[in-house]
Design a protein around this ligand. Structure first.
Ligand code: NAD
Length: 343
């Protein structure tokens, strides 16, 4: 078996190579992202392994299918970058539904604490022997209300962490978890009552721009917005305006609407073409990390183990619990429930 591995970095290779060797799987590493220009690199491979900013649209899927590729191994949870409807019947699409929800939830809290206690500023100051406290006043999290949108694996761990800080938690989820003890409210109420809002829902057409100008208008003055989910959940222009209007008190972003051409790369020697991102980063109350919330040793190991197992399952029996198809979640139409395989 052979995998063409796209958009790879040193840390991917470290985590995967040993497991691939043990399983007798040959790996071709490519730094390039998968898209219509690079799909031909997969020639001779049984599978392509891709990440969040690769593109597997209809055209790419057709090219891969013609090349004899049989599966797309997503080494992440989200799959908004794969046309799973078009892939059905051609390529099996598998993902890693959970690798370390703790990694993402903990990073979210790290961003929040860094922002509201001005740790990023203090770090820079003390390195220059500036021990002044002017401008570093923060606020207690204890007693504040956090609104969590999306109460799946990551959202719930983040809720537990917030409760540990003595915060009041309210949440919105399209599919509320019965009996979870979470106080669900409408999205409007969440916008109105939250001191801090954290996004943990997937990116879909419905959730795109969950936070836009209308939503920001409903929020409390000084609200802190956290996004470690997917960039397009926030309308970046509206966020920037909210910050300029002093309505949004702080924003912590691990993801960004147009991150695909920017994140994961060292652009320090280049002029940044994205004016909105440049302006956001220039704000004293905005912290941006480069989609690193998942990046822990535990998560990388789990990603590699699950991905290799997913490949073995599909190659062996055609049955894999982590397979995705456009019928997923539709009880009346799930072929895997009845026949064990998606196709
Ligand atoms: P999950 O599937 O366990 O939970 C998602 C939750 O969102 C579910 O409870 C679901 O009911 C809810 N939801 C679905 N549609 C909704 C809607 N329209 N409105 C509100 N809620 C809705 O997923 P998870 O493992 O908790 O991951 C959440 C997101 O985190 C992923 O979709 C992914 O985009 C992101 N993520 C980011 C990183 C990172 O490194 N920054 C890493 C992993 C995951």
């Amino acid at each position: 078996m052979k995998i063409a591995f796209f958009d790879t970095r040193e840390y991917d290779r470290t985590a995967f190579q040993e497991l691939a060797d043990e399983a007798g799987i040959e790996v071709n590493w490519f730094e390039a992202r998968l898209d219509r220009h690079t799909a031909a690199l997969a020639k001779g491979a049984d599978a392509v392994c891709i990440f969040v900013n690769d593109t597997a649209d209809a055209e790419v899927i057709d090219t891969l299918y013609e090349l004899g590729v049989k599966m797309i191994l997503l080494r992440c949870a989200g799959y908004n970058n794969v046309d799973i409807r078009h892939a059905y019947g051609k390529l099996h699409v598998v993902h890693v539904p959970a690798y370390s929800p703790y990694a993402v939830a903990e990073h979210t809290m790290a961003l929040l604490l860094t922002s509201i206690r001005r740790i990023h500023k203090a770090y820079n100051r003390t390195r220059e022997f500036n021990f002044s406290l002017n401008g570093l006043t923060g606020f207690d999290l204890h007693g504040k209300t956090v609104g969590v949108i999306g109460t799946g694996k990551i959202g719930r761990i983040f809720i537990d962490i917030c409760r540990g800080f003595g915060m009041k938690v309210i949440a919105y989820d399209k599919f509320p978890a019965e009996g979870s003890g979470i106080e669900y409210v409408t999205k409007d109420r969440l916008f109105r009552e939250s001191d801090i809002i954290s996004l943990h829902c997937p990116l879909t057409e419905e959730t795109r721009h969950t936070i836009d100008a209308d939503a920001i208008a409903k929020m409390k003055k000084g609200v802190v917005i956290l996004n470690t989910s997917r960039g397009p959940l926030i309308d970046s222009e509206a966020l920037l305006q909210g910050i300029k209007d002093r309505k949004v008190g702080a924003a912590c972003l691990d993801v960004y609407d147009e991150e695909a051409d920017i994140f994961f790369e060292d652009n320090s020697g280049h002029i940044l073409n994205d004016d909105t991102l440049a302006r956001l980063i220039s704000m004293p109350n905005v912290i941006v990390t480069s989609h690193q919330a998942f990046l822990t040793q535990e998560a990388l190991r789990n990603i590699a183990e699950t991905t290799i197992q997913n490949m073995k399952d599909i190659a062996g029996t055609g049955m894999c619990k982590n397979e995705l198809c456009y019928r997923c979640g539709r009880e009346d139409a799930c072929r895997r429930e009845r026949k064990g395989r998606c196709f």
